[in-house]
Ligand binder design. Structure first.
Ligand code: SF4
Length: 243
């Protein structure tokens, strides 16, 4: 029902039309400086391609909110990269969200739930902390791109996510755009990229990807799940990924 209501900050079709010709950085600048102010947050996994949006944000407003979900199951390399990249870019408002310890004790006391029930594991490790983090932010930004997987082939720049507006500034970027941006701004790569991980999530549920596979083929490999539950469409959970 909430999907049908006009958002207080405007209709997503109007926003999409107003920013149709803007580059990703200009789009972000407009949304942060002219539309949402401090009420829009970037949700970043500090994964393989996250440096692009993090760099743009650092150039526009270094104290813009950045939400990082530390699921308790991330690679050690991701945690180190988050620290290193945040310092390098001078990010001043990185908010680290973690699962509720009570949920972890109740649902995953042996820390092996990812082997038997990924839906519940993702729900208390990702979905609940994100929903908590987004209180107070009517809009959020993701790093998703249409080339990452077939399930994202028609990704728009603006979406409604229940009461939130979700913005995908890089929706129509190609891998070449990302590579060029990383190179021209001398951004450090996530250390696992060189080891065959073009998409990086939790260590329990991420494998390297072979040549020719979707970038996200290594996420929940061999399972029906392709999204972690932080992305919704039409008010329903898309059982298909995260940023
Ligand atoms: S990606 Fe795997 S380990 Fe991470 S929260 Fe989801 S099921 Fe759990």
């Amino acid at each position: 029902m909430t999907q049908l209501l006009r958002h207080p900050y405007g209709d997503i079709d109007d926003l999409a039309a107003a920013y149709a010709d803007h580059t990703p950085k200009d789009l972000l600048s407009g949304l942060i400086n002219d539309v949402f102010g401090a009420r829009i947050a970037l949700v970043s996994s500090f994964g393989a391609e996250s440096a692009v949006l993090l760099h743009m944000i650092s150039q526009i407003k270094a104290d813009a909110p950045v939400i990082f979900l530390d699921t308790g199951k991330l690679f050690a390399e991701t945690l180190a990269y988050q620290q290193k990249l945040s310092a390098r870019l001078g990010l001043k408002n990185v908010q680290i969200m973690r699962p509720d310890p009570i949920h972890e004790a109740d649902f995953d006391p042996d820390l092996d739930l990812s082997q038997t029930n990924t839906a519940v594991c993702c729900f208390f490790r990702k979905t609940v902390p994100l929903r908590k983090a987004l209180r107070g932010y009517p809009a959020w930004i993701t790093g998703r791109k249409s080339y990452q997987a077939q399930t994202r082939a028609h990704l728009p720049r603006f979406e409604r996510d229940g009461l939130h507006i979700k913005v995908n500034p890089l929706a129509n970027w190609t891998p070449e755009h990302v590579a060029q941006y990383m190179e021209s701004h001398e951004l450090p790569a996530h250390p696992l990229v060189a080891k065959g991980f073009p998409s990086i999530g939790c260590s329990d549920c991420t494998t390297p990807v072979a040549s020719g596979e979707d970038a996200r083929a290594g996420r929940w490999r061999g399972q029906d799940q392709t999204e972690c539950g932080i992305h919704f469409a039409g008010g329903k959970l898309v059982r298909a990924s995260a940023a």
